[in-house]
Design a protein around this ligand. Structure first.
Ligand code: NAP
Length: 310
């Protein structure tokens, strides 16, 4: 029996674990399929306070995990496959194992969204990727495209210029959504060019088992053209990882957990990080909400009026 089970081990989950352990609650962190979360597949993080020279995402996550371990958080490397949250204590299945817990903090984050093309699915891992940090090296001296116009797309494109001979950002609108600082970085980079107002209709060529070109459609003129590339990186946002809670706690139309602060629709279950935040989605805001979820869980376990002891 745990006091708190934290599902997810990105900045939200690990920060929650630091706080619950500092309050001496028996804490299990189920670290999931991608321990450390999205920051483990990102490159330099320049906007996490305390690192004036920036820090690599994996190193940041390693440091936060070591901090949680130092205070005594237990870790399970499995994935939550089912939850029984109708009665207290809650019961969580991690594969064949089940554990009981008095409170849950859901910090499962989000997973990358794909374009949904058949060719994209067929060529995943064969030139189609959603992780420049993981796969960029394979495109040394080659030409690649990045789909999307947000911060992630710019970050991917900028990183890819280390390897690729040419990086083309394909964006469905005429201007980027990314922050001004990120935009400047990309616009100043001579290796990056743009296909504005363009959507990907198809990725060629599944018959050759490799990427050879994109079929682009200009949404303003309707004109189609082929853009020869050797690889394509999809960076069109994320979907919250809430499948296991569907029908059990309240989710919004996009699948994000509906919260009041960090409280979900089920007393004793709290949410932190991207899984309930479709607006800010930053490492530092996720860490902040992990702290808040831990304090809310602590108050729940102690009775709402009790003085928290973190
Ligand atoms: P995002 O900001 O939601 O941007 C997604 C982009 O993909 C948008 O440009 C969107 O177009 C486009 N898009 C969505 N669906 C599409 C589709 N089906 N076909 C073509 N294009 C599509 O997501 P993100 O870039 O992953 O960023 C997520 C969050 O993480 C943001 O809050 C971001 O600030 C943060 N982040 C920060 C950093 C950093 O500061 N270093 C780095 C990465 C991410 P529209 O613009 O037309 O909607």
């Amino acid at each position: 029996m745990y006091d708190v089970t934290i599902i997810g081990s990105g900045p939200a989950g690990l920060t929650a674990a630091i706080y619950t352990r500092r309050a001496e609650l028996a804490t299990l962190v189920v670290s999931g399929a991608q321990p450390g979360g999205q920051l483990t597949i990102t490159s330099a993080v320049d906007n996490f306070p305390g690192f004036p020279d920036g820090i690599e995402g994996p190193e940041l996550m390693d440091r936060i995990r070591r901090q949680a371990e130092k205070f005594g958080a237990e870790f399970d490397a499995g994935e939550v496959t089912a939850v029984d949250i109708d009665t207290q204590p809650f019961r969580i299945s991690i594969g064949k194992k089940t554990i009981d817990t008095r409170a849950i903090i859901i910090a499962t984050g989000s997973a990358c969204r794909w374009l949904g093309l058949e060719s994209e699915l067929k060529l995943r891992g064969k030139g189609v990727s959603a992780c420049a940090t993981c796969d960029g090296f394979f495109f040394t001296g080659k030409r690649v495209a990045v789909i999307g116009g947000g911060d992630a797309a710019i970050e991917e494109a900028t990183f890819l210029t280390r390897f690729a001979s040419r990086v083309t950002i394909v964006h469905r609108r005429g201007e980027l959504r990314a922050s001004r600082a990120m935009q400047k970085r990309a616009l100043d980079n001579p290796k990056i060019d743009y296909e504005w107002n363009s959507v990907v209709e198809d990725i060629l060529d599944p018959a050759q088992n490799r990427v050879t070109a994109l079929v682009l459609k200009n949404v303003e003129t309707g004109a189609r053209k082929e853009l020869p590339v050797d690889g394509v990186f999809v960076a069109v946002g994320h979907e919250p990882a809430t499948a296991v809670f569907r029908g059990k706690i309240e989710l919004d139309a996009k699948g994000y957990i509906v919260t009041d602060g960090t409280r979900t629709s089920v007393p004793g279950i709290f949410a932190a990080g991207d899984v309930h935040d479709s607006r800010y989605r930053q490492a530092v805001s996720a860490a902040g909400s992990g702290c808040r979820a831990a304090i809310d869980a602590l108050k729940f376990l102690a009775g709402e009026d009790a003085l928290p002891g973190w």
